[in-house]
Design a protein around this ligand. Structure first.
Ligand SMILES: Cc1cc2nc3c(=O)[nH]c(=O)nc-3n(C[C@H](O)[C@H](O)[C@H](O)COP(=O)(O)OP(=O)(O)OC[C@H]3O[C@@H](n4cnc5c(N)ncnc54)[C@H](O)[C@@H]3O)c2cc1C
Ligand code: SF4
Length: 499
């Protein structure tokens, strides 16, 4: 433990956000850097609890008290090593993880938690700046070949672990960029893409081969895959968005959130789109349906595109400002959160049901018809039922609507159906405790297996799958086990807990 009295002397402080009037004029990350002394001060707040709940609150089992101690003592190199012992990509989680570790931190029982996520970012960013993060190619090869389908954080983590175990790894990606949602979903202002590229280059240096713009199941058949590889890791994500099939859904101007976010990410890489495909909300009235982080990403993107008015709507009630009794520490806290995009402007509304999209004679969206709802607890089952409030209808003018209501399952048609994998009750690829599907030598991880979730879970799941594939191929594995526990995915994206 760095400083016994640290938690009584220092207050929680996160790095400042760039001025909001500046940052909405560009796409760069919102947070400014911390000075080293501040990282040390913040690390000194760690109490090195006998039972570090933060450590089990992190799905990766990050060794949080250990790296806090190293930072306090100025030992950045050891801190980086500890961080990488459990997490392949701390620069991703250090930027975009909602930090369930922090809601589990013992300090948060009656004070503000340690700024774990930002300490993580400071350690790994410094590691990159000082050139300490280099490829670590395996010195011995097993001669076994593994195909990883999908290059999101789950696939990348699995690929890196497998390559380090000496296997020959090929990652297939149907998009033209490597990184999955890290690159084409999550906006630049949360995660600049050079941060992903330098890590991908490290994987290349470790011998991982990437084949982009290859849709497995179409460009490479499932038979070819099974024939060419000794093991297959399915990490294709959860790609089918939840729709809102109400009247007017087909109007011009009603989009899925990812249509906006993916196109914007492609535009920032220099791609251009013809007018009929271009999604641009400059001077438009925008409504975002869905109160989570994907909705907040649409909000931040709409601000930067220059929307004139933005409302983010949610059918659920507004969460409480503080923990409720049914949601005690050290659980993930389902409280009201304000992200950087909310700070930049726009309105939020809760308990709103969208009933109909209404358009003009040319099929362009004009307005939404909505109604207020209330959630009433059924005393017998304990469940909340939604009731529409009579005569509460109202109209919101909008020229663009983004549906940000989550994802239902991975795409079945194509590869998965052709392979004949079993699905679980939610339509995700079913896998046992060893991440194995019902098919010999086929494993699954990430959102494709657990359903839509978080980057930290995707990395943890990719690491689990890699270890199990290694055991399958060689009979044993020196790859580390993942000690963090796999939470149910319901805590996904209820907002960032950064202050
Ligand atoms: C808009 C948005 C914002 C988010 N923000 C956050 C956040 O701030 N913090 C956070 O922790 N999480 C966030 N998430 C969730 C997080 O991005 C996902 O949980 C995570 O990316 C899942 O990783 P994955 O590797 O399982 O899948 P993905 O990242 O979805 O990657 C899967 C990849 O597989 C490829 N693929 C699929 N099928 C095939 C095929 N047949 N052949 C070849 N390639 C294929 C896809 O093209 C894709 O690139 C966000 C999600 C969205 C949609
Ligand atoms: S990965 Fe997320 S949960 Fe784990 S220590 Fe980092 S911020 Fe916390």
């Amino acid at each position: 433990m760095g400083k016994v009295t640290g938690f009584m002397e220092a207050m929680r402080r996160t790095p400042s956000r760039r001025d909001k009037t500046d940052r909405i004029n560009d796409w760069q990350e919102v947070y400014l850097e911390w000075e080293d002394t501040e990282a040390r001060r913040q690390a000194s707040r760690c109490m090195d609890c006998g039972v570090p709940f933060c450590n089990s609150g992190c799905p990766l089992g990050n060794l949080i008290p250990e790296f806090n101690d190293f930072i306090y003592h100025g030992n950045w190199e050891e801190a980086l090593e500890r961080l990488h012992a459990t997490n392949n990509f701390p620069e991703f989680t250090g930027r975009i993880c909602p930090a369930p570790c922090e809601t589990s931190c013992t300090l948060s029982v009656n004070s503000d938690p340690v700024t774990i996520e930002m300490i993580e970012k400071a350690i790994v960013d410094r590691g990159w700046d000082e050139g300490r993060i280099k490829p670590q190619p395996s010195t011995s090869k097993t001669g076994q070949k593994v195909a990883v389908v999908g290059s999101g954080p789950a696939g990348l983590a699995a690929a890196q672990q497998l390559a380090r175990a000496g296997h020959t790894v090929t990652v297939y990606e149907r998009d033209e960029y490597i990184g999955g949602l890290l690159v084409l979903g999550i906006p630049e202002f949360k995660l600049e893409k050079h941060v992903v590229e330098r890590r991908v280059n490290q994987l290349r240096g470790e011998g991982v081969r990437f084949r982009v713009s290859v849709n497995v199941g179409v460009d490479v058949t499932h038979e070819q895959l099974l024939e060419r590889y000794d093991a297959i890791c399915l990490s294709g994500g959860s790609t089918i968005p939840r729709d809102l099939p109400i009247e007017g859904r087909d109007l011009k101007g009603v989009y899925f959130a990812l249509e906006l976010l993916t196109q914007q990410n492609r535009k920032l890489r220099g791609q251009e789109f013809p007018p009929e495909e271009n999604i641009d909300v400059l001077n438009k009235k925008v409504v975002i349906i869905g109160g989570g982080d994907t909705g907040a990403d649409c909000l931040g993107t709409s601000h930067r595109q220059g929307a004139s008015n933005i409302i983010q709507m949610e059918i659920m009630p507004r969460p409480s400002e503080t923990r409720v009794d049914a949601n005690p520490w050290p659980q993930w806290s389902t409280i009201f959160r304000t992200s950087s995009a909310h700070e930049e402007g726009g309105d939020r509304d809760f308990n709103v049901l969208t009933k109909r999209f209404v358009g003009d004679d040319e099929g362009n969206l004009k307005h939404l018809e909505c109604a207020r709802v209330e959630w009433v607890k059924d005393e017998e089952s304990g469940r909340f039922n939604m009731n529409e409030i009579p005569r509460s209808e109202f109209v919101i003018e909008a020229e663009a609507v983004f549906l940000a209501m989550g994802f239902v399952q991975p795409q079945h048609e194509g590869l998965l159906d052709a392979l004949g994998v079993d699905y679980d009750s939610r339509g995700n690829v079913a896998a046992d405790g060893s991440m194995r599907t019902n098919l010999d030598k086929v494993f699954a991880c990430g959102d494709m297996q657990r359903g839509q979730s978080l980057v930290v879970h995707a990395i943890a799941s990719g690491r689990r799958a890699a270890r199990q594939i290694d055991i399958f191929l060689t009979g044993a594995s020196r790859l580390p086990t993942v000690t963090g526990y796999a939470r149910p995915p319901i805590m996904a994206r209820t907002g960032s807990n950064r202050d």
